[in-house]
Design a protein. Structure first.
Length: 215
């Protein structure tokens, strides 16, 4: 096959592949571990892992993506009876075509660089509109949040290590643990910087008052 024909064949393959949003690939990725899962299961799994470093889709997003994935043939579903006597539930499993698609996406799709959207940093940037004590509260709450998330990521990483299939998610959770530890430490550093800045401003004000009293 000539290079021109090869490019044409590649373009044809790309045209046949459905254009899916990131949420679709996240849901398909959760199913790529081979388990047959309900929408509720997928939400739990995403809360255990994805939320620490990407985001956790809502139930409505998950069910919407499952319908989309089933429509393009990447997942299949069936109804199963529940032992509790509740109404039957629908469970989903990845198809061979879906496994090939998510493997290809993981290997070939461009990796989006992380975009920092940091509400606490934005509030710090607008610190001239706040009192120093208000800014301390914002940073203190962020420190508590970061430490809570670090502890949860640590616990979930320990749980993931018990499953051989979750070796790489375990590494991602370890990264998450380190990330939130760094956010906690950054909050401590920012609190120290804030105290230093406030002290310097107070010293400058005192110096100005002393100077104004001189003849």
């Amino acid at each position: 096959m000539t290079e021109k024909k090869a490019r044409g064949a590649q373009a044809g393959d790309d045209a046949e592949r459905p254009a899916l949003p990131a949420t679709s690939w996240a849901v398909l990725g959760l199913l790529s571990f081979g388990e047959e899962l309900s929408g509720y299961d997928l939400k739990k799994w995403s809360d255990w892992s994805l939320r620490f470093f990407y985001w956790s889709p809502s139930f409505s997003q998950i069910y919407g993506e499952l319908k989309r994935l089933e429509k393009v043939g990447y997942v299949s579903s069936r109804m199963v009876a529940q032992e509790t006597g509740n109404r039957d539930k629908r469970v989903y499993v990845i198809t061979d075509e879906g496994m090939a698609a998510v493997r290809r996406w993981a290997r070939e799709a461009p990796v989006e660089p992380p975009v920092l959207k940091h509400g606490v940093m934005l509030r710090l940037w607008l610190g001239h509109l706040l009192e120093a004590e208000q800014m301390r509260e914002v940073l203190g709450r962020h420190r508590e949040y970061a430490e809570t998330m670090r502890q949860r990521a640590e616990a979930d990483a320990a749980g993931a290590r018990a499953e051989a299939a979750w070796a790489y998610p375990s590494l991602a959770l370890k990264w998450s643990e380190r990330y939130y530890a760094s956010e906690r430490d950054l909050a401590d550093a920012m609190l120290a910087d804030l105290d230093e800045m406030v002290a310097a401003e107070a010293a400058d004000a005192d110096a100005g008052e002393d100077g104004s009293k001189r003849p």
